[in-house]
Each structure stands twice: as structure tokens, then as C-alpha cells.
Design a protein around this ligand. Sequence first.
Ligand code: PGA
Length: 318
Amino acid sequence: MTKIIIYDFKDFEKMRYLYFDCFKGQLSLDSDDVGAMKSRVDELAIGRLGAERYIQTIRKKNGKAVLGFFTGGTSEPIYAALTKAYENKKVSFQDVVTFNMDEYDGLAPLHEQSYRRFMKEQLFNHVDIDDRNTHFPDHENGNILQDGEYDEMILKAGDIDRQGGGIGPNAHMAFVEPRDLYYVVMNPDYLVTGRRKLTEETRRANSRFFENIDSVPHYAYTMGLHTLMKSKALDIYAFGPHKAAAIKKSVEDPISFDVPASFVQEHDNSTFILDIAAASNLDPKKLDKNKSIGNVEIYYDVDDEILLAAMNEIFKKD
Ligand code: PGA
């Protein structure tokens, strides 16, 4: 049963009140600022919600949880909130084991855009995690992993207790790219973890992080759909209007390999966690009718700490 959590901060009066308290009216607050602040507040709040979900899993497993991590812009507020929780002694990663969902092929481990580097900068360098407990799907102790070997490592670790993920504009999860059924029948390894070719659409979308499109790798190591679906809990996060079409297809369409994230519908402990922009194309009537999609929760509450963090970010240029 898939659940959908939509986060939509609406308390603009509170935002204005805090703003004047904070900046004493020295800066003017125009509607662009309010819009930017609203989406940043939504992101920060979802980041904290995401961190809370991982922390609950760690607690439930008495510290020894197996967590599936992801990378990309969507994940950043989650790792910021996890770092803060660690600093406030609310969580320890000492006995946590992690499996990241993907890694580019052909980038040096500390290349600016490698996902190992991303994880170190966003989380691992700031918390008490043991490096030996962190895993990536391209190699382990210097050995290149063959198709399915990462899945065996995950199985040995006791399976992933909670897997987080983003979604691409083409509805990919990790680097599981859209394919037709014939391709999957002829290439069953597509379903497990291994080295896979990226679509041009994904290379283009990710070129924003590289010097130019030519420097974006053509291949990446990624968990497969089977790997992702085997996790005990699966959380898919999306922010922003550019994700709305992919979310609509993933939530409302029948499941298909053309829309990899549509498989989330069939996972019995899965959640789409969205801001209002990413949820904006969903058809409320369909959500009510289609029992397999499950319940929808809408959150509004946010505390001053999140509001202030968003304000400081939006206005730090001044
Ligand atoms: P993003 O990437 O979080 O940087 O938007 C998500 C994805 O492509 O899976």
C-alpha cells in the first residue's frame, strides 16, 4: 500500500511576522521572496521529515539499521537535518550500515561529482559513521562489482530497512532508466544492481552539475528495480514543478518499465513524499478511487527554526 504525504506550508502571516521580527523591516519582502521562501520552507520541512523517518528506523533497530541512501539535490535537506540531529545527540550512526543506490562509472572516487564525495560532504564527514560500513554499487575494497554482487552484499547485511530515493523527470529511480518490456525480457540483469547505460535525457538533466554535457559519464552503477523493491520501506521524495509530470505518471499510471517509479505503487510499505508543486498534477478524484494508491496526508505545520533557516538562506546575499 502506497501512502502519499504532501507538504504545503500555508502560514504566510507567520512568515511575515517572523520576517519583520528578524529583519526589522530593513529589507522589502516582495512576492518573489515569499514564493522562494515558501518552496524553501517546504524543502526544509520535508528534509526534517525524511531525517525523522531514517532516525525512527535506526531506533527501531537499536542502532543497527541498514539504510539505503540516495544523492542529488532532493536529498540534501535530509542529510542536513540528519547532521543536525547527530550534533544534538539525537542519533548515532556508529552501528549503521549504508548502501547508496548509485554511482557514476569512470569518475575518480573523490571527483567533485562522484556520489561518494557527495555523501562525505553532505553527511559522512559530519557524523560518527564507520567508513567500512558505507557501500556503493561500483566497487567494494577496490574490486569492481559484477551484476548482482551488490544485491548479495545487501542480503548478507539483512536487507535494507529503509531506502530513500528521488525521481528523475523521466520517472527513473536511482539510474533505473525507462525501458520497454522486450528490453527487460532480453536483459533480465536490468532488475538487479549493475553497470547500466544512461539515457541522453538523464545525461542532459545531470549536466547542470558538470562543466558540459561531454563530461557527464555515459554509464553508471545502479541498484535495479528488484533491489529497490526488496527494501523493507521505500520513500520517494520530489520537490518542484519539474517533477510534477513524473509523479503523476508514477502514482496514477498502471505499472510499467517505461515508468520505473510506477513500481512503487506495488510496494507494500512505500511513501511518496512531495511538496505541493510536485503533487500539483495529481488528480484528487483518481486518488480517492484507486484504492491501491492508499491514503494521502497533507502536512502544514512548521516551526520557527525552519522558517528562520529559510529566511537566512534567501536573504544571505544581502
Ligand atoms: P535531483 O535528482 O534530486 O537532483 O532532482 C533526482 C533524480 O534524478 O533521481
